[in-house]
Design a protein around this ligand. Structure first.
Ligand code: XIL
Length: 422
């Protein structure tokens, strides 16, 4: 069946692409005043944004936003140009939405969600329960009666998910259930609810929005010794018990000067997809030493390797970077690493760094390998999105559009992504 679909997919794709391009030409001007088409040719990665390339690969590429950043022209402009998914950096967390019992604040989160919707971006709901005491409101930590605490958790999950129903389709239901730097359980008050509290949280989340993807998100499993194995064991237990879990998010906050073991990291991703789950890199940042003259080159290698690892694993659905520009990284305020940590893809002036180019090249590579395209378009030096109307559509842009649509349909029809190994 899959083979038949694969054989028919190109024909079907061409027909549907033609229909889609005609439909887009008909409806887009009414909505936005102009048809926008991509000038992205993967063989010439500088013609593409990360967002365009990620879409062609069938994955999401995301970054964070705070409400205030949605009105910062540099942050917002870079965000919507380069990324198709946004994670509210803090606005959906318990300490932001219900800092005091019964007092709900969704304003900032609503701002981020509206910004995402206005720019056709997905939202990663982060997070319903963060199992670290240092990030749990004091009033919640102080609850000693498990029945009261269980009710508080249920209220937090229910109220938050109901508020965002229809606009957030993917939740980090539980964040960091394990000890930050260990392999056991975290010391969180939520573990006082007993062994089943994670399963209960997922079951409740599923009952509130059965269409939402439900994820477990964890820190440090890429480098804390033994933590990956502990996480796999926890996830396997949830699956064995029939818990409605869709994916595992690996935060992937890297350490300065700790080169990635790409094979090991790829195997870690595969350990979750082998369990039938999706996996995502949800909070990527790669801090560097302030005094290393080769810092950005080294950092680029890391970013490229992590991107390639995700792309090589069927079921790795997303790469989200924990910030946009080096000017607003959380790591500089953390007090753990020498500053400035400069861990992101854009510098403080929002100029793309070598790491950006490495991610772009890594995203382009499998597309070029899968379907080499003769590039006849004139060279440009920077990524661009060309606004064109139906009348102005050039033959080259039409071909590029058809190829993009064809690529998407091929991927969807065949039930997997275009990869060299495919
Ligand atoms: C961080 C934010 O970036 C900071 O602004 C905030 O002060 C603390 O939380 N793991 C997570 C993220 O799951 O939510 C954290 O975000 C970083 C570590």
């Amino acid at each position: 069946m899959i083979r038949t679909t694969q054989r028919l997919a190109p024909v079907l794709g061409m027909v549907l692409c033609a229909l889609l391009s005609m439909t887009a030409a008909m409806i887009s001007p009414a909505r936005s005043g102009a048809v926008t088409a991509s000038s992205c040719v993967p063989a010439r990665p500088t013609s593409c944004t990360l967002r365009e390339l990620a879409t062609l690969n069938g994955i999401r590429i995301g970054a964070t936003a705070e409400a205030s950043e949605t009105t910062d022209a540099d942050h917002a402009g870079t965000l919507v140009r380069e990324f198709d998914s946004v994670t509210p950096e803090n606005a959906m967390k318990w300490y932001a939405t219900q800092a005091d019992p019964g007092v709900w604040t969704f304003t900032d989160a609503d701002t981020v969600v509206a910004h995402a919707a206005a720019h056709d971006m997905e939202v990663r709901g982060h997070t319903l329960v963060w199992a670290q005491d240092s990030y749990t409101p004091a009033w919640v930590r102080a609850i000693s009666d498990p029945a009261v605490l269980r009710a508080a958790v249920e209220t937090q999950i229910t109220t938050t998910m109901n508020h965002f129903r229809g606009s957030v389709h993917r939740w980090d239901v539980v964040n960091e259930p394990l000890a930050s730097l260990g392999t056991g359980r975290s010391t969180s008050v939520f573990w006082s609810l007993g062994d089943d509290w994670i399963a209960e949280a997922f079951a409740l989340a599923h009952s509130i929005d059965p269409t939402a993807e439900l994820w477990l998100n964890e820190y440090g499993s890429d480098w804390v010794p033994g933590k990956h194995e502990a996480l796999v064991a926890l996830v396997r237990e949830l699956i064995d018990r029939g818990v409605p879990i869709d994916g595992v998010g690996l935060q992937t906050h890297r350490l300065p000067g700790d080169p990635l073991d790409a094979a090991r990291f790829t195997a870690q991703l595969t350990d979750f997809t082998s369990l039938g789950l999706q996996v995502a890199i949800t909070e990527l940042d790669v801090p560097v030493s302030p005094t290393d003259p080769d810092a950005f080159a080294r950092q680029a290698v890391e970013y490229g390797a992590i991107t390639a690892a995700c792309l090589s694993v069927r079921g790795c659905a997303e790469i989200t970077i924990w910030g946009v520009s080096d000017g607003s990284t959380w790591l500089d305020a953390l007090g753990v690493f020498p500053t400035p940590t400069r861990p992101l893809l854009f510098d403080t002036a929002f100029q793309p760094k070598p790491a950006y180019e490495a991610v772009r090249a890594a995203l382009a590579a499998p597309l070029v390998a899968a379907s080499p395209v003769v590039d006849t378009s004139p060279p440009t030096s920077s990524p661009e999105i060309l606004p064109i109307t139906g009348a102005e559509t050039t033959a080259a842009a039409t071909v590029a559009f058809l190829l993009i649509g064809l690529g998407l349909l091929l991927r969807r029809s065949a039930g997997h992504r275009m990869r060299p190994s495919d």
